[in-house]
Design a protein around this ligand. Structure first.
Ligand SMILES: [Zn+2]
Length: 141
């Protein structure tokens, strides 16, 4: 990340997505608090830097449930196969306990990154706009 002569920040898409930054300006935070903070998960309504409205239309983040579902399946299959390779156990309760507790522990991660994936890669028309990442960008929404 560096600032160009014309006051434009160059921020990579990977850096912005991993840090849950606004997909339009890659500077403002999408979430109001940390992933594993003690307070509940809270998403900013608009980008604090450029004013982009994250929930593009009412109920938009219902679609993130499908992304979150895919994350959950991938995590559970990986864990179950890994657990079987490591322990060789045929006791179903070990799998139930590990998979259910992992679903709880990973839920803040899935909540956050399902929305990031939805806004970054599954929403047509939402693209990075270098003008929005300027320090003096006027918030217009
Ligand atoms: Zn923004």
């Amino acid at each position: 990340m560096y600032t160009l002569a014309d006051n434009t920040m160059k921020i990579s898409q990977t850096y912005a997505a991993v840090n849950a930054k606004c997909p339009k300006c890659r500077r403002g935070d999408m979430f109001a608090n940390g992933m594993y903070s003690l307070s509940s998960q809270k998403m900013n309504e608009t980008c604090p830097h450029c004013g982009f409205k994250f929930e593009i239309e009412p109920g938009y983040f219902y679609v993130a449930m499908f992304v979150s579902y895919a994350f959950n399946i991938a995590q559970m299959v990986t864990l179950a196969v890994g657990l079987y390779i490591l322990t060789g156990s045929k006791n179903p309760w070990i799998y139930v306990a590990v998979l259910l507790s992992s679903a709880v522990v990973l839920s803040p991660f899935n909540f956050r990154y399902s929305r990031v994936v939805l806004l970054y890669w599954l929403t047509p028309g939402v693209h990075y706009d270098p003008n929005r990442s300027k320090d003096d960008y006027k918030r217009i929404g």
